[in-house]
Design a protein around this ligand. Structure first.
Ligand SMILES: [Zn+2]
Ligand SMILES: [Zn+2]
Length: 141
């Protein structure tokens, strides 16, 4: 993933019509650092270090999600996870996620073009929002 600095993140947030607060910039910095989607609790824990409370952390995640900077994923375990949308295209680069049913770890898998040509041409699906694979990871043999 390309590495974006603080200034670029501020620009992304402002371009989406939001104020570039320290909490929002810190949220994007965390999401850029991690390799897989993080939970609200992960984000809240990180932001607590700079004095941001849980409610603000959660509201920021929702704002960034609505602004199309952050994607929200629910991977069958009733936990919302959040990740940075890497190329800024709203929900157009849906990539599959792998959830280990033993340890609960989540990984991002390479992007594949499922939304446009494949499923939608079958006629029954308007938009694919989540592609989920479940199984056992290498750590859980
Ligand atoms: Zn596992
Ligand atoms: Zn992902």
């Amino acid at each position: 993933m390309e590495n974006r600095d603080k200034e670029t993140m501020k620009r992304m947030i402002r371009a989406a019509g939001l104020r570039a607060t320290a909490a929002r910039v810190a949220t994007l910095e965390l999401l850029q650092k991690v390799a897989s989607p993080v939970t609200h609790a992960d984000v809240a824990k990180h932001l607590a270090q700079i004095g941001v409370n849980q409610a603000t952390a959660f509201r920021n995640l929702n704002d960034l999600n609505e602004a199309g900077i952050v994607r929200r994923a629910e991977l069958g375990d009733h936990v919302w996870r959040f990740e940075l949308i890497t190329d800024g295209k709203h929900r157009r680069n849906t990539h599959p996620h792998f959830l280990c049913v033993d340890c609960g770890s989540v990984s991002c898998l390479p992007e594949i073009d499922l939304t446009e040509s494949g499923f939608e041409s079958a006629g029954k699906i308007r938009e694919v929002t989540e592609v989920l694979l479940r199984g056992h990871c290498h750590q859980c043999e």
